[in-house]
Design a protein around this ligand. Structure first.
Ligand SMILES: C[S@@+](CC[C@H](N)C(=O)[O-])C[C@H]1O[C@@H](n2cnc3c(N)ncnc32)[C@H](O)[C@@H]1O
Length: 211
């Protein structure tokens, strides 16, 4: 599998800024789950590459993959950082038993859930799979998530105004999830025995699996 070096993310003219990004909000949580001593990582559905760059900033060798032409456009100028490939993770060949860390942020619901099997097979012994996922349906947490989301968006908006206008981020393709949290837990238990699925506040879950 050949990867290109991915340049810094550039804004798409006319795109709207996201005042509070639910996926980026959980980057720090994901970073806390990185195993010590890991070296190789793979970010499936990297989108705007923000998390891949964070991994690279921590000294990891990062392979990042996404089929979006929008994201491919950002790879036109070659720079340092993550090695990028425009491809579909459900069909592309992944090296077996290779990666110390595989991440998949807000992307799994774009593919069949069983894609986790391909990701699991690409993990090195002792490697960790981290899925920050989206689920369908309303849960009790929404009673807290909706007002917390409004407060967080307002706080980020005010902070950005005070600091001066932030450049609008490149936006990756989005899609509504169609699996409930219950179904996700069932499939995770079946396909990734020993995995854990934890519900997070902002309409996300964190799946962790140790190979
Ligand atoms: C909501 S974006 C999330 C992007 C990024 N991970 C983030 O946290 O900002 C979902 C991404 O999944 C990518 N995607 C969709 N289908 C895919 C597939 N079959 N293989 C790899 N990536 C895919 C989309 O192109 C998009 O960039």
């Amino acid at each position: 599998m050949t990867f290109l070096h991915m340049p810094p993310t550039r804004p798409v003219p006319g795109s709207r800024p996201i005042p509070f990004d639910h996926n980026d909000h959980y980057h720090r949580l994901l970073l806390r789950h990185l195993p010590s001593g890991g070296r190789t990582t793979f970010d499936a559905g990297c989108g705007t590459d923000r998390f891949a760059r964070r991994l690279a900033g921590r000294g990891y060798e990062v392979d990042a993959l996404d089929p979006s032409p929008q994201v491919a456009a950002a790879a036109e100028s070659i720079g340092g950082g993550p090695r990028y490939r425009r491809a579909d993770v459900t069909t592309t060949d992944l090296p077996r038993g290779h990666y110390d860390v595989i991440t998949c942020l807000a992307s799994l619901h774009h593919m069949p859930f069983a894609t986790v099997t391909r990701l699991r097979e690409a993990l090195a012994p002792g490697g960790v799979l981290l899925v920050l996922g989206c689920y369908a349906g309303i849960t009790r947490w929404d009673l807290v998530a909706v007002p917390a989301n409004a407060v967080a968006r307002a706080a980020v908006h005010v902070s950005e105004r005070l600091r001066g206008a932030a450049p609008p981020p490149l936006q990756a393709p989005v899609r509504q999830p169609d699996m409930s949290l219950t179904d996700i837990r069932t499939e995770a238990t079946r396909l990734l025995p020993g995995s854990q699925v934890r519900q997070l506040l902002f309409w996300r879950y964190l799946l962790t699996y140790n190979a």
